[in-house]
Design a protein around this ligand. Structure first.
Ligand SMILES: C[S@@+](CC[C@H](N)C(=O)[O-])C[C@H]1O[C@@H](n2cnc3c(N)ncnc32)[C@H](O)[C@@H]1O
Ligand SMILES: [Zn+2]
Length: 301
């Protein structure tokens, strides 16, 4: 498929769901015009990039998450199935908790990065759902969204801030928030009344082999989720909180990807990383906490 026809396909797909958008400047409704732009009723115009994604930021933002990080993340997720047990767990939860008899199921990935989680999860859900699955992924990093839109069709991809999203209220059945920051006020605004929020945070053992190699005992970057569950419970009815623990054997080439894909190595010197890469393979620990919640329904009177 040429780049032009790929863009057209992506734009057409977004056109099917133009009703979910609101203008990031004036909050009014938006429409796809001439297969080129998303325009609001006050003529604020956002052009599609040539890969077919939308940049809906009102001011440019530079983040430390770059193309190299996202390419490495994609390689680990797609080629090495690094997060496969996580995807399986999320799909089972969606099937168990959400109303699967619905005509359509709409999923918003908040902080989607390079899009592989959303794409994998939508593909895994397909056999269970008769009707369509609408996948929307947003991220603050243009580099991530660019990789996502180049790699995966039939999704809505947009550069946007998860704390201030360009979507109308109550548009989504499921919100995914995987290893990314949260904004629970915004998540609540976007979820339908019977919607589901799935938040994934790192736990104590997550990538511990990297932390053991790169950080001294006193500075060892450890994750504490003590407050995470409490804060989540203040905003949502907690349905479950489960822990996922497994190990993956990675060879030299995948270890290179691992070192590039995580912010854990941002502060690490090159000679330490070179030393780490001398071994032929590692058993790497993945330890995550999965929080699943429903919207708190305010009762009248
Ligand atoms: C560790 S990465 C995780 C990406 C993806 N969920 C994954 O698991 O591969 C964190 C992501 O959060 C994004 N992010 C950080 N702040 C954000 C914000 N305010 N709005 C949208 N995305 C944000 C970053 O750009 C980055 O892609
Ligand atoms: Zn507008």
């Amino acid at each position: 498929m040429t780049e032009k026809s790929k863009k057209l396909k992506n734009v057409q797909y977004v056109g099917n769901f133009e009703h979910i958008f609101k203008c990031p400047i004036c909050d009014s409704s938006m429409k796809v015009c001439e297969f080129k732009s998303l325009i609001c009723s006050n003529n604020h115009t956002f052009d599609f990039a040539k890969q077919g994604y939308l940049n809906l930021m009102t001011h440019p933002i530079k983040t430390k998450y770059n193309k190299e990080l996202f390419e490495a993340r994609k390689k680990l997720i797609v080629d090495d199935s690094f997060f496969e047990p996580l995807s399986q767990t999320i799909v089972s939860s969606i099937n168990k908790e959400s109303n699967v008899k619905k005509e359509n199921i709409s999923i918003l990935d908040m902080g989607c990065g390079e899009g592989s989680h959303l794409s994998t999860i939508c593909n895994m859900l397909k056999p269970y759902h008769k009707k369509s699955i609408i996948g929307v992924g947003i991220d603050l990093s243009k580099e991530g969204v660019l990789v996502a839109s180049r790699s995966y069709n039939n999704k809505v991809w947009a550069v946007a801030d998860l704390a201030n999203t360009p979507f109308k209220d109550k548009q989504f059945d499921v919100i995914l928030n995987i290893l990314s920051p949260s904004n629970y006020g915004e998540f609540n605004r976007l979820l339908k009344n019977d919607g589901l929020i799935i938040k994934v945070v790192p736990q104590k053992g997550y990538l511990k082999e990297l932390r053991e190699a790169f950080y001294s005992e006193d500075k060892k970057q450890s994750y504490s989720n003590k407050d995470t569950v409490e804060r989540f419970k203040q905003s949502f009815d907690l349905l479950s909180c489960s822990s996922l623990y497994y190990k993956m054997t990675l060879n030299k080439s995948s270890i290179q990807s691992l070192l590039k894909m995580t912010p854990l190595t941002w502060a690490v010197k090159k000679d330490k990383m070179d030393l780490f890469m001398e071994k032929d393979f590692y058993n790497i620990t993945i330890n995550l906490e999965i929080l699943i919640g429903k919207k708190k329904i305010k009762r009248e009177g």
